[in-house]
Design a protein around this ligand. Structure first.
Ligand code: NAD
Ligand code: ZN
Length: 381
């Protein structure tokens, strides 16, 4: 089969790889019909995530058709159209029983923090991902969810990661009616977080980034007040003035690849002495009001970060963070899509064949050609 292949930072290509096979009775093989590139893939692509091994296939946001099932998978049939949550979760362990499907205790032997994730380095289990024609799906009797007949597959593929992540970012913010919510990052996750903030009762939604075309999109899609952080002076002072007491809720939808502070860029991204550039997190902690909530879905590497923890304590801030628990949120989100309250596919700007995977990474990483969300089409519907 054809599959994406990681060769080292900023080098990916397409090549022939062996067809995946059933290795366990709970496995399925899925033929991939849509596979998106996520901001999390950019952390891998930029060499920010430890133990990302040459030869790995990325891709954790995909949907497709069931091609084969193991002997223990009774709820799926060959030919079923499924969306596959990015978390690999057993559905049975202590954490899965609490709905913490991003923290499954069985699917990642390498760590006790995050569970398994498709195509996300050996720190997340070392599973090959879905930027390929076929993918092995472990615990297939639990994770994959049938795509409803009425649903556009372009919406379905986004329900496997970016929509639940944005929605959970808003949910973890504990938004109260009328709250002012500031979202850092106008990438796919930030856009969906800002959009979801309204569903939780926000009274005012502000989005901060420095990519003009993304801010323009956010202005109407979310909809939100938007600001370019290069034009507002100190973002913390600016947000405090804008909101009087500070924002009620701040959401970090940027993560380790952030820009906006030369010191953190040098130490975090160039010298790798901290786990990426954590400046959005600084801005969030420092601009939220006292007693406010900071919700983090931006991904940071597992090693140290220099963050203003003293301010967290002195301000009595609640910090909530996690990988999204996709399977828990899907029933609600399917409803929101059916009722038109969330329109996921509007963020897809590029549709490319799998053969163009290198081009797709380049467009998305360098923010070229108005790219918000690139989608690969490995095999036809
Ligand atoms: P993206 O790279 O497309 O978007 C990030 C945006 O942040 C960009 O538009 C960039 O210009 C902007 N940005 C950079 N520095 C900034 C700053 N200092 N302040 C404000 N904006 C800044 O990525 P995405 O797909 O939207 O993903 C965003 C983050 O969410 C990533 O860290 C990704 O790994 C993470 N993520 C987490 C989960 C989860 O379950 N927790 C799931 C998916 C993605
Ligand atoms: Zn992702």
């Amino acid at each position: 089969m054809r599959a994406m292949d990681y060769r080292g930072p900023r080098r990916v290509r397409i090549q022939d790889k062996p067809m995946p096979v059933i290795q366990h009775p709970r496995d399925a093989i899925v033929r991939v019909t849509r596979s998106c590139i996520c901001g999390s893939d950019l952390h891998l692509y930029h060499g920010m995530v430890p133990d990302t091994r040459v030869g790995m296939t990325f891709g954790h946001e995909f949907c497709g058709v069931v091609e084969a099932v193991g002997s223990a998978v009774e709820n799926l049939s060959i030919g079923d159209r499924v969306m596959v949550p990015f978390n690999i979760a057993c559905g049975q362990c202590h954490f899965c029983k609490q709905g913490l499907f991003g923290n499954c205790h069985e699917s990642n032997a390498q760590a006790t923090a995050v569970g398994g994730i498709f195509g996300y380095s050996h720190t997340a289990g070392g599973y090959d991902g879905g930027q390929a024609e076929y993918v092995r799906v472990p615990y297939a009797d639990f994770g994959p969810t049938l795509i409803p007949d009425w649903m556009d597959p372009d919406d379905a593929v986004l329900l496997t990661d970016v929509v639940p992540t944005g929605y959970q970012a808003a949910e973890m913010g504990g938004i109260q009616k009328g709250d002012t919510v500031v979202v850092f990052g106008a990438g796919p996750v930030g856009l969906l977080a800002a959009r979801s903030a309204w569903l939780f009762g926000a009274g005012r939604v502000i989005v901060i980034d420095h990519v003009e075309y993304r801010l323009e999109f956010a202005r109407t899609y979310c909809p939100a007040e938007v600001y370019d952080f290069r034009e507002i002076g100190d973002p913390v002072v600016f947000i405090k003035k804008l909101t009087d007491l500070g924002a009620d809720v701040c959401i970090d939808a940027v993560g380790a690849d952030a820009s906006g502070n030369a010191w953190h860029t040098l130490f975090g991204k160039k010298l790798k002495l901290e786990a990426g550039n954590a400046v959005p997190l600084h801005w969030a902690i420092n601009s939220v009001r006292k007693g406010g909530v900071v919700s983090i879905v931006g991904v940071y590497g597992p090693t140290g970060n220099v963050i203003p923890i003293g301010n967290v304590v002195n301000k009595g801030i609640t910090i909530r963070a996690n990988q999204a628990s996709v399977k828990r949120l899907l029933p609600r989100l399917i409803d929101h899509v059916r009722e038109g309250r969330i329109d996921p596919k509007a963020i897809i700007t590029h549709r490319l064949p799998l053969e163009d995977v290198a081009e797709a990474y380049h467009l998305f990483s360098s923010k070229l050609d108005g790219c918000i969300k690139p989608m690969l089409v490995p095999t036809p519907d």
